[in-house]
Write a protein of this length. Structure first.
Length: 287
């Protein structure tokens, strides 16, 4: 009886070992080893979530510091313009893109049996978290995504703590040509989290809209939020150098937030909250 029991135990142990090996083999096979991103925003999510050696290519904008906040991470990774021929040659396991991509291009890629994951534009901080999870889940890296979201929330919370104020200053986001971001945009969501009222939203502007110099001078917001100044400004940027704006808004009423922090919704967007929240200490002293 002892021998029989021993024999059965041996078979059971062997079965467990075989089953475990199969599970690990399956899990390993589910790892995406050739990841391609065709979109600036998915580029920055992919390089934060995936292992570098598994990234076959990123978009051509991935290493442009004016647009991307993940230039260092993207450096050295092949870049593509996004043509169907380029993508097919890379033989990717999965392709990430934005939702704005040409539907015909997606259709062609799917015809070659490629797995496509389209990620929407993050128009608020909650959607930044959703997109991190979406990319992580698509890569079978759910725990990795959850950890990144947790760290993102922690950073946002750290800097939004300072903004529990009786008075919320009015800020205006100003891009070249007098363009601004109103409600329904990521910059608007960041401004609110940093403890500001967004001028464009207050006058019922949504999305991207135009604000005249006359309006800015009349309303006189507490803070002018600008992107990084360029060494050779274009005609569009000349709007930001208008003498009336220079006179009305002293350096203490201006903050520069790099465009690449909120052009896309990524973990780096938390840095925009940090920069904006730094204004409050000085503002409270002046009040």
């Amino acid at each position: 009886m002892k021998k029989k029991y021993s024999l059965n135990t041996g078979f059971l142990s062997a079965a467990i070992i075989l089953f475990t090996a199969c599970v690990f083999k399956y899990a390993y096979s589910m790892e995406f080893k050739r990841i391609v991103s065709l979109n600036l925003c998915t580029d920055q999510l992919v390089v934060k979530i995936a292992q570098r050696h598994n990234i076959a290519a990123l978009s051509f904008l991935a290493t442009d510091p004016r647009s991307s906040a993940a230039v260092k991470l993207a450096k050295g990774i092949p870049r593509v313009r996004g043509s169907v021929e380029e993508v097919i040659r890379l033989k990717p396991d999965i392709v990430f893109s934005g939702v704005q991509i040409n539907p015909a291009q997606i259709k062609l890629l799917k015809r070659f049996k490629l797995k496509i994951k389209q990620v929407p534009i993050a128009t608020n901080l909650k959607l930044v978290e959703d997109n991190i999870r979406a990319v992580a889940n698509a890569l079978n890296l759910k725990k990795r995504g959850a950890a990144i979201v947790q760290e993102f929330r922690k950073t946002i919370k750290k800097y939004s703590k300072r903004t529990v104020l009786h008075y919320k200053p009015i800020a205006v986001l100003l891009w070249p040509n007098g363009l601004s971001s109103g409600s329904g945009t990521l910059p608007h969501s960041v401004l609110e989290k940093a403890g500001f009222r967004n001028l464009a939203a207050l006058i019922n502007k949504s999305g991207t809209s135009f604000l005249s110099i006359e309006m800015l001078l009349r309303i006189n917001p507490d803070l002018l939020v600008l992107g990084q100044s360029l060494p050779n400004p274009s005609l569009a940027h000349k709007f930001l150098e208008h003498s009336a704006l220079r006179t009305k808004f002293s350096e203490t009423k201006k903050l520069f937030v790099p465009d690449n922090l909120w052009l896309c919704g990524t973990t780096d967007t938390a840095a925009a909250v940090r920069i904006l929240s730094s204004f409050h200490g000085k503002h409270e002293n002046e009040k």
